[in-house]
Design a protein around this ligand. Structure first.
Ligand SMILES: Nc1ncnc2c1ncn2[C@@H]1O[C@H](COP(=O)(O)OP(=O)(O)O)[C@@H](O)[C@H]1O
Ligand SMILES: N[C@@H](CCC(=O)OP(=O)(O)O)C(=O)O
Length: 373
């Protein structure tokens, strides 16, 4: 077993643990998890819970076939969310708070900062934040879609040093252990490359969403943000006795060395680019080799409509070089592109910033397969 240490953790609980019978909720597995959370808080650690199970908890409350329509899922989430929250609350002798989020809340910088501040306030007041996707309002493109990725965004928001994903298998195996009895458990993963991604199969139960792939996506986001991820079996008591001792009884995904700021982690993994700035070779070299800010003079083209403070992609010759927060709107940049910074005041009649994209609001993206739809 690999040893690990942590101070602030996001703990993600899958539907199969909240609703082991595939309908209603049960404390069968949750009481062990709740004890671990209580014990960790007594040790002065910070915990945020991301809990699935609202849809599964409401099975039987609404007539459905085997496949449930999105409309019925939303209705089930509305019913099951209160059941799930009530089940958690009765396992703790401290206050719990409910946070229901959508992808739009996370993508928007101001809303994201508000979510982050709210969670910090709750932790400062010894309240346990319990997060879930707002399945009642989120449909299709406004959905994160799975709580593994939602947990990674949450970990980035609270600047956790650890994400613990509790599921119904012991960790990451060389193949889906439900289909391949020869599959071996991997105790440590130091780099989530294509080979590791290729090991992931689908969900293990009828109530799970995403299966192993979304867990690996979450672990990858976290690793790149300097956050370690543990994938453990939430159905076993021993998991939690080992976790309390600082041992990882499943798979530990190591964090990468990360000197990026919290703002840059949000930009890279959570923000959704609303447009694109095409830059010339001089700006490209200045940004990638010297870490310089982007000035209006280096911009050759503006793609899409966006407001000041929206996230945008920065591209050169068809390759994405990074993502940043634009200091000006697309309409303003259309007017100032190619101009010297000293001319911004003259062209626009005001100058909010000498840079169109400040170096602190920019994050490099090394691969080049991202594009604007
Ligand atoms: N390589 C793998 N290693 C471990 N489990 C895997 C792998 N590939 C697919 N799985 C499946 O992923 C399931 C966990 O995902 P899921 O059912 O979505 O759980 P949860 O509800 O906890 O999110 C496991 O039960 C297992 O069947
Ligand atoms: N938000 C949904 C859960 C989505 C999800 O990712 O489920 P799971 O794979 O069980 O963690 C719900 O509360 O039912």
């Amino acid at each position: 077993m690999t040893a690990f240490t942590w101070q602030t953790a996001v703990i993600k609980i899958g539907s199969a643990l909240v609703s082991p019978d595939g309908t209603g909720t049960s404390d069968k597995f949750l009481s062990n998890i709740a004890n671990f959370i209580s014990e960790s808080r007594k040790q002065g650690k910070n915990v945020v819970l991301v809990s699935s199970g609202s849809v599964a908890a409401a099975r039987g409350e609404i007539r459905t076939g085997h496949k449930v329509s999105p409309g019925k899922k939303s209705a089930m989430a509305a019913i099951g969310q209160t059941k799930m929250m009530a089940t958690w609350s009765q396992l703790f002798d401290f206050t719990c708070a409910q946070l229901l989020l959508t992808v739009e809340d996370l993508n928007d910088r101001r809303r994201f900062v508000n979510i982050k501040n709210t969670m910090e306030q709750l932790l400062d007041h010894d309240v346990l934040p319990i997060v879930n996707e707002n399945d009642t309002v989120a449909i299709d493109e406004s959905k994160v879609g799975d709580n593994d990725n939602l947990a990674a965004h949450t970990a980035i928001a609270v600047q956790a040093d650890c994400l613990i994903i509790c599921t119904d298998v012991d960790g990451l195996y060389t193949g889906n252990p439900r289909q391949d009895p020869q599959a071996q458990l991997l105790p440590t993963v130091d780099n989530i490359d294509e080979g590791i991604m290729g090991l992931a199969g689908g969900a293990g139960s009828s109530v799970g969403t995403g299966g192993m792939i979304t867990k690996l996506q979450a672990a990858q986001k976290c690793a790149e943000s300097g956050i370690q991820t543990l994938l453990v079996n939430g159905t076993k008591t021993r998991t939690f006795t080992e976790l309390v001792k600082g041992n990882c009884p499943g798979t530990l995904f190591l964090a990468k060395d990360d000197d990026s700021t919290a703002r840059q982690d949000w930009l890279k993994h959570t923000s959704n680019p609303k447009g694109e700035l095409v830059v010339d070779k001089g700006a490209y070299l200045a940004m990638t080799e010297r870490g310089a800010s982007l000035l209006a003079a280096g911009i050759t083209q503006v793609v899409g409509k966006f407001a000041a403070n929206d996230a945008v992609l920065v591209t050169h010759e068809g390759h994405v070089i990074g993502k940043g927060l634009a200091a000006y709107s697309s309409a303003e940049i259309q007017q100032i592109k190619g101009a010297k910074s000293s001319q911004i005041q003259y062209i626009l009649g005001y100058s909010d910033s000498a840079e169109v994209l400040h170096r602190d609001d920019f994050v490099r993206i090394a691969h080049d397969n991202e594009s604007i739809e």
